[in-house]
Structure formats: C-alpha cells, structure tokens
Ligand binder design. Sequence first.
Ligand code: SF4
Ligand code: MG
Length: 322
Amino acid sequence: SNTLLKVSGLRKSFSIPDGMFGKKKLLKAVHDVSFLIPEGKTFSLVGESGCGKSTTGRLISRLIAPSEGEIWIDGEEISQRKESQLKAMRKKVQMIFQDPYASLNPRMKVRDIVGEPLAIHTKLSKAERNKQVSEILEVVGLSEYHAHRYAHEFSGGQRQRIGIARALIMKPKLIIADEPVSALDVSIQSQILNLLKDLQAEFQLTYLFISHDLSVVEHISDHIGVMYLGTIVESGPKEEIFSNPQHPYTKALLSSIPIPDPRLRRERIILQGDLPSPVNPPTGCRFHTRCPVAMDICKVMEPPVKKGPTADHFVACHLIES
Ligand code: SF4
Ligand code: MG
C-alpha cells in the first residue's frame, strides 16, 4: 500500500533561558527520528513524558517547524513550508488531544466547535456546515441533542467524541492523536479506542498515535516505535514489540504492564534514576545511565540502528548482533 507519512532524520532543538543574564541553552527534544506509516495503518510512538513524542507529533502537523529532517505527507515534503503553503496539508492532517475539555472552547456550542474547521477552510454556507456537523456527530455516536449544547455539559468520553468529530469533519487522511484516552476511565478508554478503530476502517484513516502507555496502544497499533530522550530506540510490528522485545528500555516498559495470567508474568525491571535532561543528554547511548545491562562502549559510542530478528524490526543497542 501507499506510504502516507514518512519522516526521516527529524530533529528539533528549542532555545530556552539558561539562568539569569539572558543566556540561552539548547533543549534537544527530537534527535534523528525516522519512520513511515502505510496508508490506513496505525503507528504508535510510546515513551515516558519528555521523550519527544508530542514534539514529534507537533512537527509532523507543522504546529512547529523542524530544525532538520524531512516530512513527507501523501507524497509531498512539507518540513520547511511557510504557513501560506500549508493550506492543503492542514486539511489532510488533523489532531486529537489528551484533554478534550482544555482543547474545546467552553463558550462555543458543540455545533460550532465541530463546524469551525469548515468555517476556516471552506466557503460552505452555515446551513451546509450545520448539515455536515449533524452527519459527523452521528458517525461518532452523538446526535443533534449534543449539537445545541456546550462541551462542558458532557462527560470526558463524550467530549473526546466531540474532539474526534471536529478532527473528522475535514475528511483528513492522517490523524495525530496525542494521548487521546489518557484522561479517561479505563472502560471509556476502550470505547474511544474501539471508535477510533471503526472510524479507521470506515474512512481509511492513517493514525499516528502517541501514548506513554504501551498497554493502551496494544490493540490499536500495527507498528510501534519506542522513544527515549528524543530518539526511537526500537520499532517494529506490534506483535514483535510485545512478544520479542530486544531493547533493554522496551523490556523495562513491558515489564511494568500488569498481566492477569501469573504464568505469563514478566520479571519486573525497575529502572534506576530519573530521565536525564534533554539539555544535557548522556553521551554514547542516551539510555546508558539507566540501562541495567550497559557496557563500557555504551558510554562513548551512540548505538547504530540495526535490523532486529524479523523484517521491519529495528533496534538501536550495542547488544544487538548485526
Ligand atoms: Fe543498554 Fe548499551 Fe544497549 Fe544502550 S546500547 S540500551 S546502554 S546495552
Ligand atoms: Mg506529551
């Protein structure tokens, strides 16, 4: 199938204040990230908060511009385009955020929230916009009843449905969902994840799914990329990542997922220390300060990305034989 999204060598540094006297320092949030998503598939970026996964999503949606690297969306390279050249891309790519309440304007009625992208990007009449809003609300399991009320009148799960309707109304090809279920109760989480899966099948949507929680992405992902301090340390088909993880960080993340069947329980790997600052990332392998199996070479040499045990499986770790 077609490659809908391809990013290669993506980097982003932010200049941030360094103490008093107006000095600045560089925060290296994203450091050489590459991956692709075939049309209609889901790629999940997983890692602790601060690992650069949200920044990667914001770069791809061009809310911010990358320092380096390429972003190909539906055959077009958009990494350095100016805002005036991003119109077509802005229709094709929509975002869903973690806290729908924060991202939905409390003074706007649901109908206007959902219809706003049409008001911005099209010349449709208000009557035509409202008609499309009614249709898309039905698609996400809401109704006319919701259209005439305010977002704050609804539960977290219903608000996320409103956020999804707003994202869908432009008929996008790519949806970037940044922690879309992290603020919801577990039972509501699975409803929203199932809705996203159904919508993907119905509209051939491609998803970049961002989460700190591997167990959340298990059912929705085709491929998974595990991020640590701005880099993807391991990526591969979902089944491979879950059943045959290679990178010590992936193994640690998986070991913290509760598994009901005690025979399948993994030994819990507790990582030492805190996530280092992306202002001064460790030399060599960025994970070496917390890796339970670090070697001398890991402190001085950045591990190259190597092929894992199966096709499509990649690992950046000195322990992997090439
Ligand atoms: Fe651990 Fe070294 Fe592999 Fe990094 S390269 S994950 S420090 S073994
Ligand atoms: Mg984030």
